[in-house]
Ligand binder design. Structure first.
Ligand SMILES: [Zn+2]
Length: 365
């Protein structure tokens, strides 16, 4: 009799133990984020402050070799990043050049090309990822010479049907590239974007635009260019890369920067801000934590996170990890609501109309 009770007790104990263990497990994977799935609340004290979505990754460098595609995918898996935008890079140094980073080789032309997008598409199709969600991006467009963009979009669609669902990062004005024959777009060029912007709108494809706000001599020198784009294409989903900040613009008062961002966000409901690139943490967020946190909390549905990692062959997992950690420092200070929208992917899912959703945040008593 006592033996029977003992076994009964043991079985009960095991059932309770296992269900308790299940409740406390924090195993997440791509499918756990599917809409309608019961998700374990996200515990900000024990889980990552790094995002589950990296909206800005260059799988291809300006020149030289890239880290192999599947190796880059492993960086995400190891970092619990489940959703990634796969950027090429819109420009390449000549194929016979050994230059890998444009700033190291002034005078070498770095010009738009469609090659990187094709290489990414080939790798993407071959690698068949099912536990990571990749969004392929068209990075080829030369915004200063927009005449052939639509034609090339069609070419990509023919060769790789339904593969490309994003455009960018494309350069409107990128001062860092001016020594490499980058031709900034001018006001007249912007009106010539009409046909391809129309196509993007029709297909619900966002476009990530790199457009420097200005530089240390003139903080808002190029603002008029982005304003023109927003005025001309109010119905397009436009993502402003790095909120216009760059290495060339490190002395802007954060109050002035944020004021401009708020005005544009208020006036252009489809505009989103990309807060990727460690330069933003190093030059702005770190020293002005409170004011940027408040801004992101107030506009938490309009922000996309990520690293701006460039997978050139001199990089490795450590480099990705560092970029991810540095660009995520500010996430620690966000409100729970902003954390869910930005870090746990809700903004990204909504922007692309994906069938996923962020878990609730665990609240301890
Ligand atoms: Zn970038």
């Amino acid at each position: 009799m006592t033996k029977k009770f003992f076994y009964l007790f043991l079985v009960l104990f095991l059932i309770i133990f296992l269900s308790f263990h299940n409740l406390n497990q924090t195993e997440r994977n791509l499918s756990s984020f599917k809409k309608g799935n019961k998700q374990i609340p996200y515990n900000r004290n024990t889980e990552n402050y790094t995002p589950i979505v990296d909206s800005h990754v260059h799988f291809m460098p300006f020149g030289g070799d890239a880290v192999p595609f599947n190796e880059v995918i492993n960086y995400f898996k190891k970092s619990k990043v489940y959703f990634v935008n796969v950027y090429g890079i819109g420009q390449r140094v000549p194929i016979d050049s050994d230059c890998t980073y444009y700033l190291d080789c002034p005078g070498v032309p770095v010009l738009p090309t469609i090659k990187n997008d094709m290489i990414n598409a080939e790798n993407f199709i071959k690698s068949k990822q099912n536990d990571i969600h990749l969004t392929l991006s068209m990075t080829f467009p030369d915004l200063a010479n927009p005449e052939k963009i639509l034609q090339k979009m069609k070419l990509l669609d023919e060769e790789y049907p339904n593969v490309f669902n994003w455009m960018g990062e494309v350069n409107l004005i990128k001062q860092a590239l001016l020594n490499n024959f980058h031709e900034p777009a001018v006001i007249e060029d912007i009106s010539k974007w009409k046909d391809f912007m129309e196509e993007l709108k029709k297909r619900n494809i966002p476009i990530n635009i790199h457009s420097d706000l200005g530089n240390n001599n003139s903080n808002t020198k190029f603002l008029y260019l982005m304003e023109e784009v927003l005025k001309k294409y109010p119905e397009n989903k436009i993502v402003w890369a790095h909120m216009g900040l760059s290495k060339e613009l490190s002395n802007m008062k954060p109050e002035n920067h944020i004021k401009i961002m708020k005005r544009l966000l208020d006036n252009h409901p489809k505009l989103m801000l990309d807060i990727t690139w460690r330069v933003l943490e190093d030059n702005y967020f770190k020293n002005h934590r409170r004011i940027y946190t408040r801004f992101f909390n107030d506009y938490s549905e309009r922000i996309l996170p990520g690293t701006d990692f460039v997978a050139s062959s001199n990089k490795n997992f450590e480099s990705y990890k560092t970029d991810l950690e540095v660009t995520s420092q500010i996430h620690k200070y966000l409100s729970d609501e902003a954390f869910r929208n930005i870090v746990l992917g809700n903004n990204y899912f909504k922007l692309l109309g994906l069938d996923y959703e962020a878990p609730e945040i665990f609240i301890s008593n």
